[in-house]
Design a binder for this molecule. Structure first.
Ligand SMILES: Cc1cc2nc3c(=O)[nH]c(=O)nc-3n(C[C@H](O)[C@H](O)[C@H](O)COP(=O)(O)O)c2cc1C
Length: 180
């Protein structure tokens, strides 16, 4: 029997162009629910999610996105964009991993519902001048102390994307990495 979880993991693809079809609110809620059920260090759940559907807000976010991704137009054309933010005070040790787990849960959930996403990484660990992350926080009124883990545009995919992975034998080590 097919395993739906393994299939979703294997078949999800980052997709940067979307049809203009709207996405049901019910599906958005299911995607957010998948984020809510992600694992986190000591179950700290440091995340909060912003859901953007206002065309003007998406347009402005797209203008900021130009600086960090070649595919910024997907931010504007997606039916919705989920912004994954975390409060590092709730989990100073592992807030990046927590937010990343929530992001991936949502990407997989979207795929399982026939939707596509692509993860736009925005977290800037080497803060130089005004970062894209700060510009996003300003635009969306996100508290300064928060970190923005990712932007996740969501929509009906306009095409089929392909991807590849390294060979298993290149990445898996059994019992010991090797001689040092
Ligand atoms: C932390 C992170 C940051 C990413 N940032 C971007 C990005 O800025 N722009 C983009 O188009 N894709 C981005 N991606 C998506 C990757 O390019 C994509 O996952 C990778 O090429 C593999 O393709 P697949 O997701 O279709 O398997 C990001 C993915 C991760 C995990």
């Amino acid at each position: 029997m097919e395993n739906p979880v393994l299939n979703a993991i294997r078949e999800r693809r980052s997709t940067v162009r979307f049809k203009s079809a709207p996405v049901d609110e019910e599906k958005i809620q299911k995607i957010l629910e998948a984020g809510r059920w992600a694992p986190s260090y000591l179950n700290s759940q440091p995340w909060e999610f912003l859901i953007l559907t206002d065309p003007e807000v998406k347009r402005q976010l797209c203008q900021i996105g130009v600086k960090i991704t070649l595919f910024s137009e997907g931010i504007e054309t997606a039916s919705a964009v989920i912004v994954i933010v975390v409060d590092p005070r709730k989990d100073p040790s592992h807030y990046i991993e927590d937010g990343s787990a929530a992001t991936q849960n949502m990407a997989l959930a979207a795929h399982s519902l026939g939707l596509a996403t692509y993860w736009i990484g925005i977290l800037d660990l080497q803060k130089r001048g005004k970062t894209t992350e700060e510009a996003v926080k300003e635009l969306l009124g996100i508290p300064k102390v928060f970190r923005v883990i990712a932007l996740l545009p969501i929509g009906v995919p306009a095409y089929e994307e392909h991807s590849d992975r390294k060979k298993m034998s290149d990445i898996v080590h059994r019992d010991k990495y090797g001689e040092v």
